[in-house]
Write a protein that binds this ligand. Structure first.
Ligand SMILES: Cc1cc2nc3c(=O)[nH]c(=O)nc-3n(C[C@H](O)[C@H](O)[C@H](O)COP(=O)(O)O)c2cc1C
Length: 376
């Protein structure tokens, strides 16, 4: 049986065995930016999940760009060594599953308590080691809630951050990552340059849309210059700021076109999280897929759809109907780390399993179908 979800896809020189992506998920488990045993469990499982690509969580390109004290980083030797071992271990047992990393800079949303802390979503206090944060403009994410006013990045600061992305990309290549996704959404640094809600600059990095895109495009071009041409580069962007005066899907189409021209191979369409008080739509199945569909059709760049994709038939329909090239799932993979296997079983596709687990392939073991009557 052939299904769109289980057809391979070529991105630059990389072949993905199918269209299922494990979406980046911050674990807040790092120590000094270094991967810990939790990451081996979390990501090791996803490497044998049936997904065609596993993307590591938002990984900071410099210390001030960490969301919290417990984020992964890729800005020093020790972090590079830990991630190198992690990627090498994942590939030792899942050689055909590409591994990507999401390179990030949290900008004005840096220096917060992590989501596992009782003070989650609040800014760090000085006593808990808050550091000074940076952004396109000196406007706090939420002054009432105590979020810092960021230092406006000057020319030297922009050069430093751009170089940090380049240096982390070089490290990512040495770690044998197959793909980089820039984090350009959720109110983090690159997004805050593009959105008129957060960029009030009067220099060539602010003002009209062309100027607001300039810094992220410079980052992309600089990284493209050092990241191997056969390895894909992409960015998670916003389909809508869900706030009056913010970015909309029309802006996302224009941005995606510019990113494509600058050398990106794909974009992932997410939304929101840039300013408090946004008007969110109900979180229903496929609620952001339209963004991926519009950008794919109008900007002509491969897209990844994300957001409440949970059911194999739902995922199959998104890919088969050409709404997106790939589907990224986050919570469904936390809930079921073999989601890819089970999607294959539900859609009646026989996919390779690691030899050691071959005995549970639906072709040789009826257990999954007995437990899930009607699948396959
Ligand atoms: C635990 C967790 C951590 C996340 N961390 C990240 C992240 O590091 N980078 C990112 O772009 N999105 C992150 N997200 C958002 C997901 O990648 C995804 O876009 C979102 O959860 C919607 O997809 P879902 O409905 O499949 O969960 C995270 C989501 C969860 C649940």
């Amino acid at each position: 049986m052939t299904r769109a979800l289980f057809t391979p896809m070529q991105l630059a020189g990389l072949e993905l065995p199918n269209r299922i992506v494990v979406s980046p998920m911050c674990q807040y488990a790092a120590v000094d930016g270094m991967a810990q045993p939790w990451h081996w469990m979390h990501l090791g499982g996803f490497a044998v999940s049936g997904a065609g690509l596993v993307v590591l969580e938002a990984t900071a390109v410099e210390a001030v760009g960490r969301i919290s004290h417990h984020c992964l980083g890729l800005y020093n030797e020790a972090q590079e060594e830990a991630l190198s071992r992690l990627v090498s271990d994942m590939k030792s047992f899942a050689p055909d599953v590409p591994v990507g990393v999401q390179l990030a800079h949290a900008g004005r949303k840096a220096a917060g308590y992590d989501r596992c802390s009782p003070r989650r979503d609040q800014p760090l206090t000085k006593e808990d080691g808050a550091w000074d944060v940076v952004g396109p403009s000196p406007v706090s994410y939420n002054a009432k809630a105590g979020w810092q006013t960021p230092h406006e990045l000057d020319e030297a600061g922009l050069v430093r951050v751009r170089q940090a992305f380049v240096d982390s990309a070089r490290r990512a290549d040495r770690c044998s990552f197959d793909l980089i996704e820039f984090h350009g959404a959720h109110g983090y640094l690159l997004h805050t340059f593009v959105s008129p809600l957060t960029n009030f600059r009067t220099d060539r990095y602010g003002g009209d849309a062309v100027n607001r895109m300039r810094f992220p495009l410079e980052v992309v071009e600089a990284v493209r210059g050092v990241w191997p041409a056969d390895k894909p580069l992409g960015m998670r962007i916003t389909g809508d700021d869900w706030h009056d005066g913010g970015l909309t899907i029309t802006d996302a189409v224009a941005y995606a076109r510019a990113l494509h021209a600058a050398g990106l191979d794909f974009v992932t369409l997410s939304a929101g999280n840039i300013v408090p008080g946004a008007k969110y739509p109900p979180v229903a199945p496929s609620y952001m897929v339209d963004f991926a569909e519009r950008v794919r059709a109008e900007a002509g760049i491969p897209t990844v759809a994300v957001g409440m994709i949970v059911d194999p038939w739902q995922a199959e329909e998104i890919v088969a109907s050409g709404k997106a090239d790939l589907v990224a799932l986050a919570r469904a993979f936390l809930d079921d780390p073999r989601w890819g296997w089970h999607a294959a079983a539900a859609l009646g596709v026989d996919i390779p399993y690691p030899d050691r687990y071959n005995r549970v392939r639906p072709a040789v073991w009826p257990g999954y179908r007995l437990a899930h009557p009607g699948s396959g």
